[in-house]
Design a protein around this ligand. Structure first.
Ligand code: HEM
Length: 396
C-alpha cells in the first residue's frame, strides 16, 4: 500500500517537472511570434453577413418551408423557422403538468382575431382591443354620462315634489332590504373606483401623482377590488331575490315608458312599487350586466370549475368584464343620481326605510293605492314583528 502511494507521488512529481521545463523552453518563442499567421486569425474571428453569402440560400426552392435543421445547413445561425413556429403557437415541451399549467409549453399564443383587432398573436390582439377600443370608448362613455348628468343637474336641478309633506309615512324598504342594497352599493363603489383607477389611472392619475405613489395606490386598490368582488357577488344575488317580485312587468309600465317617465312633463305617469325605468335598471343592470360582471370576474379569479385556464380564457374574460362593467357603471350612474341628489325624497326611503305619502303619490301612485287599500301593509316590519310576537305568545 505504502509502496503504491510513493510510486504515484514520484510519477506526479516527474510529470510536473517535465511540463514546467517545456513551458520554460517555449516561453520566449511564444512571446516573440504568434504560432498562427495574422491573416488566418482575423479570418477565424470575422463573421459573415448571410445576405452576402453567394449563391444566396434564400433563392433555393423550398427555402420558406425549411425546418430549422435544414436552414442551419444553408445558413448557419439563422433560426427563423424555429421562431416562426414559436410565433404560430406551436407547443414545445414543458415538464409542468397539463392539469395545473395547460399552456406551459406554448411560448407565444397562435394567431387570433378578436372583435376590433387585427389577425395577429392572441396576446397582441387582446392588447389592441383593450388599448384601441375599451380604454378610449369606455372612458369616453363614463365621462359623457357623468358630464350629461352634471349638465342636467346644473340646468334643471333636483326634481322637486309638487306638494308639501303630509307627515304620513309608509315603509318603503325593510331593514333587510336596505342592508342588502347598501352592502351591494358599497361593494359596487369600491369596485368601480378601483376598477377605474386600474384601467384609466395610468393616463389620468399617474402623470399627476407620479409613478411611485400610483404604484402603491394601484396595488392597494387591486387588493380592495379582489376583496369587494365576492361581497358584491353575494349581495347581488340577495338583491336580485329580494327585489325580483316587484320588478316583474306590470300594469302601467308601457304607459310609463311611452311618457318617458314624466321627465319632460309636469305630471308623473302612474307606477307600482317600482316604475318601468327602475325595472329596466333591475333586469338590464342588476340581472344581466351584474351576472356577466360577476361571472367574468370569477373566471379571472379562476374560481369557475371545469374551465381550462389558458391565456385566451383570461383575455376573453377580461374583455367581457371590462365592457360589461363600463356599461354597468354608465347605467348605475343614472341610478345613483336619481337615488341621491336627482329627486327629492327618494334617498330618504333607502336611508331610513320610510317615505312620505306625498312622495309615494308623485312617483308610485299605484303602489300608494295598494297601501291605502290594505293590499300592502303600510309598515311591513311592524306587521312582521307583530306576527312573530303573536306566534311566540301562542307557544308560551
Ligand atoms: C351609491 C350608490 C347607490 C345609491 C345612492 C342608491 C340609491 C337607491 C335608492 C334611493 C333606491 C330607492 C329607489 C326607490 O325608492 O324607488 C334604490 C333602489 C335600488 N337600488 Fe340602489 N343605489 C345605489 C347603488 C346601487 C347598486 C350598485 C345596485 C345594484 C347593483 C343598486 C340596486 C338597487 C335596486 C335593485 C333597487 C330597488 C329598485 C329596483 O329594483 O330598481 N343600487 N337605490
Amino acid at each position: 500500500m505504502l509502496r503504491t502511494i510513493l510510486t504515484s507521488l514520484s510519477a506526479l512529481a516527474l510529470t510536473v517537472l517535465i511540463s514546467h521545463t517545456a513551458l520554460a523552453q517555449n516561453a520566449p518563442a511564444a512571446t516573440a511570434a504568434p504560432a498562427v499567421p495574422a491573416a488566418a486569425t482575423s479570418n477565424a474571428i470575422q463573421s459573415v453577413n448571410i445576405m452576402d453569402v453567394k449563391p444566396e440560400a434564400s433563392l433555393e426552392p423550398g427555402y420558406a418551408q425549411q425546418t430549422n435543421g435544414e436552414r442551419a445547413k444553408v445558413q448557419p445561425g439563422n433560426n427563423a423557422p424555429m421562431w416562426r413556429q414559436v410565433g404560430s403557437g406551436v407547443e414545445g415541451y414543458s415538464s409542468l403538468p397539463k392539469s395545473t399549467a395547460p399552456e406551459a409549453g406554448v411560448l407565444i399564443q397562435p394567431f387570433t382575431q378578436y372583435p376590433g383587432s387585427r389577425l395577429t398573436n392572441a396576446g397582441e390582439a387582446w392588447r389592441q382591443v383593450r388599448n384601441n377600443w375599451i380604454i378610449p370608448y369606455g372612458g369616453s362613455l363614463v365621462l359623457i354620462v357623468l358630464g350629461g348628468l352634471g349638465l342636467y343637474y346644473w340646468r334643471k336641478g333636483a326634481a322637486k315634489l309638487p306638494d308639501a309633506p303630509t307627515g304620513r309615512k309608509i315603509e318603503r324598504f325593510t331593514p333587510f332590504e336596505r342592508s342588502a342594497h347598501w352592502a351591494n352599493a358599497i361593494a359596487f363603489c369600491i369596485l368601480s373606483i378601483s376598477g377605474l383607477v386600474m384601467a384609466f389611472g395610468q393616463y389620468v392619475l399617474m402623470p399627476v401623482i407620479g409613478q411611485t405613489l400610483f404604484g402603491y395606490l394601484t396595488y392597494l386598490l387591486k387588493n380592495a377590488h379582489n376583496f369587494a368582488g365576492p361581497l358584491f357577488a353575494v349581495s347581488l344575488i340577495v338583491v336580485m331575490f329580494t327585489f325580483v317580485r316587484d320588478n316583474l312587468p306590470a300594469k302601467g309600465d308601457l304607459n310609463w315608458l311611452l311618457k318617458g317617465g314624466g321627465l319632460f312633463s309636469k305630471d308623473h305617469p302612474k307606477a307600482g312599487r317600482f316604475n318601468a325605468g327602475e325595472k329596466m335598471v333591475f333586469w338590464g343592470g342588476v340581472f344581466f350586466l351584474g351576472l356577466t360582471v360577476v361571472g367574468s370576474g370569477l373566471v379571472m379569479d379562476k374560481l369557475v370549475p371545469g374551465l381550462s385556464y389558458e391565456r385566451a380564457t383570461m383575455q376573453i374574460a377580461h374583455m367581457v368584464h371590462a365592457v360589461s362593467t363600463v356599461l354597468m357603471m354608465a347605467m348605475f350612474m343614472g341610478h345613483i343620481y336619481l337615488g341621491s341628489i336627482g329627486t327629492e325624497g327618494t334617498y330618504q326611503g333607502m336611508k331610513t326605510g320610510y317615505v312620505d305619502e306625498n312622495w309615494a303619490k308623485h312617483h308610485h301612485e299605484l303602489w300608494l293605492e295598494d297601501v291605502k287599500s290594505g293590499k300592502i301593509p303600510r309598515d311591513r316590519t311592524a306587521v312582521a314583528a307583530a306576527a312573530v310576537a303573536a306566534a311566540q305568545a301562542k307557544t308560551v
